[in-house]
Design a protein around this ligand. Structure first.
Ligand SMILES: Cc1ncc(COP(=O)(O)O)c(C=O)c1O
Length: 395
C-alpha cells in the first residue's frame, strides 16, 4: 500500500505494509487467516493434476474468463432483477484494479471527481495519482448529505466544471460502515442525470449483510444507465486472488475491453479466474459466504460489546449491519494523532481517520476499527486498550 499524495504520514512504514508480529492490528481490513478457504482452493488445484484446464495458462479473452463470467451473470441477475447480459460484464484485477482502470480511461489530470467525506483511502490514492481534483461530500447515517451535494454541484457549475464521476461505497462503507439509503441513492442518481456525471459504485461488501434487506443497487435504480458497478472476491474469498468484476453498459465494457493493456494481455488474471470459476461453480463459494456472514457477525457483536464496555463518555461509533468496519468519533479534546502514538507504544494499531478524507484535517477526531482480521481475544484486548488510552487523554 503506497502513500497517496497529501495523505498524512501517520503510520510507521512497517505497519503500513503488513502486520507487526505480536501487535494488535485493528487497522487490518482483510480476512483473518482462519476465514480463508485455502483448502477448498487447494482442492481445485489438486484436481488439475489430472486434467488441467489449458485456458488458465494462456492470455485470455479481454472480458475475462468465460466460465467465471457465466457464473457471475447468473448470480448477479439472481440477486437483483438487473437484466445484465454477457456484454455488460467483465472481470477486473480486484475492485481496486477496476477503480484504477476507470480512472485512467475516463479522466485526465485536472479533472474533478466527487468522493464522500470520509471515503475509501485507497481509492483516494488512485485519484491523487491521476492528478484529479477531489470534491468531498459529507455523509451522515443515510449517506451523502444532499444539501452539501447540491451546493458542491452549484459551485462546480459556476467555475464552470463538471465532475467526471462520483465514487461511492454503497453498502457498509469503508471506513464508516454506513449503508446509503434507497432515497439517497435515488436522489444522487437524479443529480447525476441533471449534472452529467457517472456514478462509480464500489460494492465489495454487500454479500456480507448480517440482517435486514439491502436497498437496490445504484445500477438497478438507474436502470443500468451511467452507473459502473464493481464487485470483488477479496472480502468473501481471498484478496490474494486479485479478482473482481465490473458491470456497465455494453458500450462502456467494450471501451474498457479495447484498452491497451487488455488488448495486449487479455482479461484479468486468467489463472486465478479459472480456479475461482471452478470453485464457484461447485457451489463452494455460496456456502463459504453463508458461513462467513456468521463469523463476521460474531466478531462485529463482540467488537460492539467491547466498545460499550471500554469507551468513556464522549466517544461515539457506528453500528454496521454488515461488512468489516466500525468508525469512531473521539471527544473534541482528543486528537487522533496523539492517541495513535500512545496506542502504538502499546503495539495497538488502528486506521487514523485522516487518511480517509480528501482534506486530512477533517479526520482529526476519527479512527476506523476493523473486526475482520483479529481473533475475539485480540479484538477485546485492543478495544480495551484504546478505551483506557482515550479515557486518559479525555482528562
Ligand atoms: C471500498 C473498497 N473497495 C475495494 C477494496 C479492495 O478490493 P480489491 O481487493 O478487490 O481490490 C476494499 C478493501 O478494503 C474496499 O474497502
Amino acid at each position: 500500500m503506497s502513500m497517496g499524495r497529501g495523505e498524512a504520514m501517520t503510520r510507521p512504514q512497517s505497519a503500513q505494509q503488513g502486520i507487526i508480529p505480536g501487535s494488535i492490528p485493528l487497522f487490518a481490513g482483510h480476512p483473518a487467516p482462519d476465514l480463508l478457504p485455502a483448502h477448498g482452493i487447494g482442492a481445485v488445484l489438486a484436481g488439475w493434476d489430472e486434467r488441467p484446464p489449458l485456458r488458465a495458462f494462456n492470455y485470455g479473452d479481454e472480458q475475462g474468463d468465460p466460465l467465471l463470467l457465466d457464473f457471475l451473470l447468473a448470480r448477479l441477475n439472481g440477486i437483483e432483477t438487473l437484466g445484465i447480459k454477457r456484454d455488460n460484464l467483465m472481470i477486473v484485477p480486484g475492485s481496486t484494479g477496476g477503480v484504477a482502470m476507470i480512472t485512467r480511461l475516463l479522466t485526465q489530470a485536472g479533472d474533478t471527481v466527487l468522493v464522500d467525506a470520509p471515503s475509501y483511502r485507497d481509492a483516494l490514492h488512485i485519484f491523487r495519482d491521476q492528478g484529479l481534483r477531489l470534491r468531498a461530500i459529507p455523509i451522515d447515517a443515510e449517506g451523502p448529505k444532499l444539501d452539501a451535494l447540491e451546493a458542491e454541484l452549484e459551485r462546480l457549475a459556476a467555475e464552470p466544471a463538471r465532475p467526471r464521476f462520483y465514487y461511492v461505497v454503497p453498502n457498509f462503507q469503508n471506513p464508516s460502515g454506513i449503508t446509503i439509503s434507497e432515497d439517497r441513492r435515488r436522489a444522487v442518481i437524479e443529480r447525476s442525470k441533471a449534472h452529467g456525471f457517472i456514478i462509480v459504485e464500489d460494492d465489495v461488501y454487500s454479500d456480507l449483510r448480517f440482517a435486514g434487506k439491502a436497498p437496490p443497487s445504484f445500477y438497478a435504480l438507474a436502470g443500468g444507465e451511467n452507473v459502473l458497478r464493481l464487485g470483488s472476491f477479496s472480502k468473501t474469498l481471498a484478496p490474494g486472488l486479485r479478482l473482481g468484476w465490473l458491470v456497465g453498459s455494453a458500450r462502456q465494457i467494450a471501451d474498457f475491453g479495447a484498452s491497451g493493456i487488455l488488448r495486449m494481455g487479455g482479461g484479468a488474471n486468467p489463472f486465478c479466474a479459472a480456479v475461482v470459476a471452478e470453485y464457484c461453480r461447485s457451489g463452494a463459494w455460496s456456502a463459504h459466504v453463508d458461513w462467513l456472514r456468521g463469523q463476521y457477525q460474531a466478531r462485529r457483536d463482540l467488537a460492539l460489546a467491547a466498545l460499550e464496555n471500554a469507551m468513556p463518555d464522549g466517544v461515539s461509533w457506528t453500528h454496521p449491519q454488515g461488512g468489516y468496519f466500525i468508525w469512531l468519533r473521539l471527544p473534541d479534546m482528543v486528537d487522533v494523532d496523539t492517541l495513535e502514538r500512545r496506542a502504538q507504544a502499546e503495539q495497538v494499531y488502528f486506521a487514523n481517520g485522516r487518511g480517509f478524507f480528501a482534506e486530512p484535517a477533517m479526520g482529526a477526531q476519527h479512527l476506523r476499527l476493523s473486526y475482520s482480521y483479529l481473533s475475539h481475544d485480540k479484538l477485546r484486548q485492543g478495544i480495551g486498550s484504546l478505551g483506557r488510552l482515550i479515557a486518559g487523554l479525555s482528562g
